[in-house]
Design a binder for this molecule. Structure first.
Ligand SMILES: Cc1cc2nc3c(=O)[nH]c(=O)nc-3n(C[C@H](O)[C@H](O)[C@H](O)COP(=O)(O)O)c2cc1C
Length: 139
């Protein structure tokens, strides 16, 4: 059973080294578990879409919730899917600040993005747009 989920959280000290470490750890673990997705960060928040086997996704999210590198995580979106949208990325990487503002504002009330104003379906549409326009760095 394939599922797709999105969560957002408040970053704790998100310097480049901290984000690089999350990406390295996440990529090797996700590859082993058949998880794909993308991690966005910027404006003090993390925003992640994860897809794959339902229990694998739930297990990783349970671990992520315990991670002290962020706080106040909120589940924005969860759905069963028939096909993946991010099969090319074990954990793609997007810096929100580097995106063209219009690519984000299209799906948000205002910039910078704020956790309590995020809409799960809109975030999903934004991420699919980013995937389609090659704005997601590998892998
Ligand atoms: C915002 C954020 C996103 C993360 N995303 C993932 C992920 O997609 N996959 C993953 O395995 N770990 C991810 N992690 C790291 C996990 O919280 C955890 O540190 C990692 O899975 C290693 O756990 P372990 O030492 O128990 O194996 C993320 C952490 C943060 C803060």
């Amino acid at each position: 059973m394939l599922v797709q989920m999105i969560f957002a959280s408040v970053a704790v000290e998100p310097d480049d080294a901290a984000v690089a470490k999350i990406l390295t750890q996440g990529r090797s673990h996700n590859a082993r578990q058949g998880i794909t997705g993308v991690l966005c960060h910027g404006h003090g928040i993390y925003l992640q879409l994860m897809e794959g086997n339902r229990s694998a996704v739930n297990q990783i999210y349970a671990k992520v919730l315990q991670d002290p590198r962020h706080r106040d995580a909120e589940l924005l979106y969860f759905a069963e899917i028939q096909e993946r949208g991010f099969a090319n990325w074990t954990l793609g990487h997007v810096r929100l600040e580097k995106l063209n503002a219009s690519a984000v504002l299209k799906y948000a009330e205002r910039l910078p993005l704020q956790l309590d104003a995020l809409n799960g379906a809109a975030v999903r549409a934004m991420l699919l747009d980013l995937a389609a326009t090659a704005a997601i760095a590998h892998k």
